[in-house]
Design a protein around this ligand. Sequence first.
Ligand code: SUG
Length: 443
Amino acid sequence: MSLAREANFDGLIGPTHNYGGLSDGNLASASNAGLVASPKAAALQGLEKMKAMHEAGLWQGILPPQQRPHLPTLRRAGFTGTNKDIFEAAWKQAPRLMKNCFSASSMWAANAATVSPSSDASDGNLHLTPANLSTMLHRSIEHPQTQRALETAFPFASVHPALAEQSVFADEGAANHVRLCGARGEQGVELFVYGRDGYAPTRAGYPARQTLQASQAIARAHHLTPRRTVFALQSDAAIDAGAFHNDVVCVGALQTLFYHELAFADTAAMQADMTQAAEGLFTPNFVEVPSSEVPIADAIKAYLFNSMLVQMPDSDRLTLIAPLETKENAATKAYCDKLVACNGPIGEVRYVDVRQSMRNGGGPACLRLRVTMTEAEWSQVNQGNKFSPALFEELKIWINAFYRDALAPEDLRDSSLMEESFVALDELTRIMGLGADFYPFQT
Ligand code: SUG
C-alpha cells in the first residue's frame, strides 16, 4: 500500500460569470436568471474556499477558467472574420447561442471529469475522463479545453478523450460518481449514479443528465474491477425536485455515504450492492437523511449534500464543508447540529460563502474535482496548478485587476468584455505556467 491522500482541484471562476438561466432542471439557475452577477466577488469567494482548505492541511489544486466567449463554437456555427466581427454578427444573428458561449460554467469542476485513482485501476494508472456534458449546450463546449487543462495538470496520468457527444453517452463527470474506501491508497469501491438508460425513451420532467451507458464506458476505460464497481439509478423524485446531478442529494468519503432518503430509485439495492462490492475491504457506513427531518425541497434549496466531505488531518471523524445557505435554512441547520452532536462519522460542519456560485446551482462540492493521489503522483502535478499562499496572493491581485464588480445581462454585448477577458487569461497562463498556446485565442 502506498501513502495516498485526496486533493481538491477547484475551478477558478472566470471573468464572464453571469446568471444566464441556461440550465433546465437546475432551480437556482432558472430562478436567478437575469440577476446582476459579480465575477470579482465570485472568483474571490472561490479562492477563499481554496485557501481555507489549504490552511486546514488538505492538498489543494486549481483548474484554470476557460476562454469565453468561446469563439471556436461560433466559428463552427458559420461565423467568420476577426474576433470582433464574429462577436458582433453572433449577437445579431444568434443571441441565444452567444449567451451559451459566454457561460463561465467550467468553474464547476465536479463536472470536469470522472476520476479513478491508481489504486482502483488494474493497470495502476490514475485515470481521468473529461465529461462531454452533452445535455446542456453551454456545458457541451467545455470538454476539449478541459482535456487540455487536465493533461497539463496531470502529465503522468491517463487522460481519456470525452465519450461520444450523443445522448446515449451523456456524461456529467464526478458529480454522479462517489468513491468509498477503507484508506485512500487502498482498493476502493466506485459508485456510478445515473439518471437514465441511454437507450430508453426520454422520460418526462426535468432532464436526466447521466446515462448508464456513459458510466459503464468510463468504468471500462478506467480499468476498474467489476466486482468493486456499482451502478445505481437516481430516483425520478430527486431529479424532478431539482437534483440535476446526484451530488445535489449525496456525498461520500472514506467509508461514509451521506445521502437523502429520496436520492436513489432503490436505496436497499444500492446499499446491498455497495456492501457486497466492499466485502473484504471495509464496511460502508450509510447516513441516510429522512424526508421527515429534511424535506427534499429544503435539501436542494439549502444544498446540504452539495458539501465537501473531508477528513481533516488529525481528526478521526469527517468534516462537512457546507454552503452558508445550509446554515440559514431551519431544517438543514437543525440536522447539521444533530449530526455533530451524535457520535456518527461526521463530527463537524463548517460553512463557507460561495453565494455567487450558489445562485447558479453550484455549491462547495460542485466547485471542486477530487483526485486521490499517492505522494509520488502529487509531486508530479504541474506546479502552477497547486495552491500555495504565493499563488493565492498573485491570483488575488490578478482578479482585482481584471474582473468586473458587476456584470448584468446587457453587459455581455460589450466587446470590451471579450477583449479584457482574453488579456486576463493570457496573463493567467503565465501565472499558472500553462504554456504559451493554452487557449484557442492564443493560437
Ligand atoms: O450544470 N449551472 C451548473 C451547475 C453545476 C453544478 N455542479 C454540480 N452539481 N456538480 C449546471 O447546471 C448555470 C449557468 C447559467 O444559468 O448561467 C449552470 O450551468
